[in-house]
Ligand binder design. Structure first.
Ligand code: UDP
Length: 326
């Protein structure tokens, strides 16, 4: 297949491009490099441009040979979305509509969308399945849910098939050591802990130890980046085969507290580092764990990195062999 990966220079997108190319697909990455890295696109063709730019999109779609689009080019920082909602609505909603318009113009009917556990808001129950109420509590979550709703309507009206994949906590790095997580600023727990372990950061701050969990720290469901990408590949095949849209929650189905993640990182890295307790971060639910039963059954998907140690190990290798040397 020929697949356009929008945001293919970012963390999840770059791993996806590699997996698709290795599976024999023709891949084009479109990325404006606002957060992505040119050197993270190691396979296929690269086009520097914005997903909200009609002309760039028309030039990519004009040959009529693109079978599917995967869209990873979302802004992802919850806190920033609260302070700068316009930025989030413009990129995550308006520009995505421009991309969808271009797909309709060129009759490209298969779309895979990076969605998020943030569409569910404060959980009513856990683990969270696809039927859970969808009431986001921040602009980031709103933008992702809006596009899911747009996609429901576009399926009915235009026959545009979509699969929305709600990620819980994407983590880890390419086991070959070619790719990994490189956010600036870094806000995610595992890379921050590993920066502390490698000495690039003074300490790791725990945002709240008074939650209603076993050890008082927040519990999250960490899923390896390659397992996420595999789910995308399977979802695309299934969507084309069934000619039907779908929505899946993607996680390991197991929760780990912030303190447990720190313990695993200590064991994997063999390094000790300072841990400080800070106030809660706004908008953090105590527990976010996926019920990924539907994805496992419908896609015959089974995460390979089922334990946290193996996930953190790949991220640690990336920290030591790549980031530390920058
Ligand atoms: N967290 C923390 N210290 C940090 C970064 C994150 O204690 O420096 C906590 C955060 O409060 C959350 C969990 O780690 O409970 C995972 O946060 P992350 O930002 O990695 O992902 P999120 O769950 O927000 O998508």
């Amino acid at each position: 297949m020929k697949i356009l990966v929008v945001g293919g220079a970012g963390y999840i997108g770059s791993h996806m491009v590699k997996q698709l190319a290795n599976a024999g697909n023709d891949v084009i990455t479109l990325d404006n490099l606002s957060y992505g890295y040119r050197d993270a696109v190691k396979y296929g063709e690269f086009v520097e441009g914005d997903l909200g730019d009609d002309k760039v999109l028309d030039s990519i779609f004009k040959n009529g040979d693109i079978d599917a689009v995967m869209h990873f080019a979302g802004f992802i920082q919850v806190g920033e979305s609260v302070v700068k909602p316009a930025m989030y609505y413009h990129n995550n909603v308006a520009s995505t509509l421009t991309l969808l318009d271009a797909m309709l113009r060129h009759e490209v009917k298969n779309f895979i969308f990076s969605s998020t556990a943030a569409i569910f808001g404060e959980p009513d129950y856990t683990p969270i399945d696809e039927r859970h109420n969808k009431q986001p509590i921040n602009p980031y979550g709103h933008t992702k849910l809006m596009i899911e709703q747009v996609l429901d309507d576009y399926d009915r009206a235009y026959g545009l098939r979509s699969t929305c994949l709600r990620y819980f906590n994407a983590a880890g790095a390419d086991p070959d050591g070619e790719l990994g997580e490189r956010h600036i600023p870094e806000t995610h727990l595992i890379p921050l802990i590993l920066q502390a372990a490698s000495g690039r950061r003074e300490d790791i701050k725990i945002f709240g130890d008074d939650y209603d969990t076993d050890d008082g720290t927040c519990v999250r469901d960490y899923i390896h980046i390659n397992d996420l990408c595999t789910a995308h590949s399977l979802a695309l095949q299934q969507m084309i085969k069934n000619d039907a849209s779908a929505r899946y929650n993607l996680g390991n189905g197991k929760g780990f507290s912030v303190k447990q993640v720190i313990d695993v990182a200590r064991a994997v890295s063999g390094a000790d580092f300072k841990v400080t307790i800070e106030p809660r971060r706004e908008g953090d639910p105590a527990v976010l764990v996926a019920d990924a039963t539907l994805a496992k059954q419908a896609l015959d998907w089974q995460p390979e990195f089922a334990n946290l140690d193996s996930i953190v190990k790949t991220a640690w290798d990336w920290e030591v062999n790549f980031l530390l040397k920058q």
